[in-house]
Ligand binder design. Sequence first.
Ligand code: 5RP
Length: 236
Amino acid sequence: MSLELSPIDKAKFAAAKKACDYVETGMRVGLGTGSTAAWLVRCLGELVREEGLRIKGVPTSFRTEELAREAGIEVVSLEEARWLDVTIDGADEYDGELNLIKGGGGALLYEKIVATASDQMIVIADSSKHVDRLGAFPLPVEIIRFGWQTTKALVEETLLGMDVLGREATLRMTGDTPFVTDEGNFILDLDLKRIGNARQLSLMLNQMPGVVENGLFLDICDVVVVGHGDGRIEVC
Ligand code: 5RP
């Protein structure tokens, strides 16, 4: 693998490569989505092709599925795998308690289902993803298309009573059309700036009709492998 990389890619690659240490032959492995997770898939593919690693990969998006097949990783569905040994995925933010914001790539629903069905969730991230408090990154919320304007209004109204600094919900777009998730849903990005009580917020959001899932991953992640621009690694 050529290593003429920018510092950020060097950090992502370093974290992804280190995370391969958590994977052994025979494991069922959840494969995350995003640019950091793509490094992981490439690294695992190299181990499969050149070192004889045998794993079954459960992708968290169509994009990752394609990448995994190209890399030579055996792909199975979550229905086939049922339960996974480990899931390795990126994150948009992680805090000191290893709580996360995910969904910047729009795959939060499958990512949360797969991570929750795993003995262990390992997050791989460059050091810029660390925050003291979650919320600077807009919180993605997956909602069904039917009545989405009503759901957006309900979400904004609910935010009035929450311990957050910002309250704006924006429908995620791809050019002129709404972004559509692999499950066929829309995404609202909530500009909250600072989340005071992530647990309460997550519960409130998920109990609203129209909301499918939100991007707060609380008590799901076990380990964060942090990569730095100079190739150093930290394990939290
Ligand atoms: C996708 C995700 C990604 O893991 C998250 O957006 C981080 O992506 P990247 O590694 O490209 O920074 O949650 O839904």
